[in-house]
Design a protein around this ligand. Structure first.
Ligand SMILES: NC(=O)c1ccc[n+]([C@@H]2O[C@H](COP(=O)([O-])OP(=O)(O)OC[C@H]3O[C@@H](n4cnc5c(N)ncnc54)[C@H](OP(=O)(O)O)[C@@H]3O)[C@@H](O)[C@H]2O)c1
Length: 263
């Protein structure tokens, strides 16, 4: 990645987004950081400034398409945009997800992602290419959960499957316009999102380790960055099973809790 970098990250107030901001923070970096919790966002911004970056925190909700378009269209040149904000919830002890939870997860993870990527892609089209010929890079934080139709988290899996498929399928047309799209599919990462999980999380890694892998994959111009490789392979195999077999295998697995307020 080049010496001076202008990057925008959604969901930078916590977990993977905060770790990405820390990893990019350096003299010459200009960071536009989004999140809803202004206090946590300011703390991340202060840590990034201490590393020498210029930081512009923006407290907003990715579900607000007009506000997102105004923010992203108004910050000037963007070399890198990471659509990271997201929420997760499951079926808890096996009850169906409340309709409000289904809508809430799709609104944050799918609409929120598109509210980030589409204006960023439009802005990057009009930017001059950098020395490597790339006008801009956009990464979408999907998940290995998108590879498997898990009965424990139907909407979360669906939101991440859609995010991954859309990003991977759009990458060739974006590339022809000088914009690199990367779908990022992490396994389990230690963040507030996974802190309440009461099941085994194979291959669990720290957020700073995940951030370094993500940034390496984006810089290498990869269309999909999925890790750890062995869990990605296992998820792909599980995803290829007939649904009856997949759901029988997962029947005794404890579920992920639903959203605190039912969405
Ligand atoms: N942790 C994992 O194991 C894992 C694995 C695969 C993929 N992922 C994905 O990685 C991304 C980051 O997750 P994380 O683990 O770092 O979770 P996290 O610590 O809970 O952070 C989620 C971030 O998203 C922001 N966010 C949520 N809804 C938002 C909204 N409507 N508008 C604006 N910001 C919103 C939160 O901001 P506020 O708190 O300020 O609202 C927070 O900064 C998510 O897309 C998640 O699905 C996580």
């Amino acid at each position: 990645m080049q010496q001076t970098l202008s990057a925008l990250i959604t969901g930078a107030s916590s977990g993977i987004g905060a770790a990405l901001a820390h990893a990019l923070a350096a003299p010459g970096a200009v960071l536009h950081l989004g999140g809803r919790d202004a206090g946590r966002l300011d703390a991340v911004a202060a840590a990034c400034r201490a590393r020498g970056a210029e930081v512009w925190p923006q407290s907003l909700d990715v579900r607000d398409g007009a506000a997102m378009a105004e923010w992203i269209g108004g910050v000037g040149r963007l070399d890198l945009v990471i659509a990271n904000a997201g929420i997760s919830g499951g079926t808890g002890d096996g009850v169906a997800e409340p309709p409000a939870q289904v809508r809430a997860i799709l609104a944050a993870n799918l609409d929120g992602m598109l509210h980030t990527v589409l204006p960023a892609w439009a802005a990057m089209r009009g930017q001059a290419p950098a020395a490597d010929g790339v006008r801009g890079r956009i990464a979408v934080i999907a998940s290995l959960a998108g590879f498997v139709a898990s009965a424990q988290a139907p909407t979360y899996c669906a939101s991440k499957a859609a995010a991954d498929t859309w990003t991977v399928a759009s990458a060739p047309s974006a590339r022809r316009e000088g914009v690199m799209l990367t779908s990022v599919c992490p396994g389990f990462v230690r963040t507030p999102m996974t802190a309440g999980n009461h099941f085994r999380m194979p291959g669990l890694i720290d957020a700073d380790v995940a951030a370094r892998r993500i940034l390496r994959g984006i810089a290498a111009g990869r269309v999909r960055v999925a890790f750890p490789w062995w869990l990605a392979l296992a998820a792909q195999v599980a995803g290829a099973l007939p649904p009856a077999l997949l759901h029988a295998a997962g029947r005794r697995r404890p579920g992920k809790a639903g959203l605190p307020d039912g969405g």
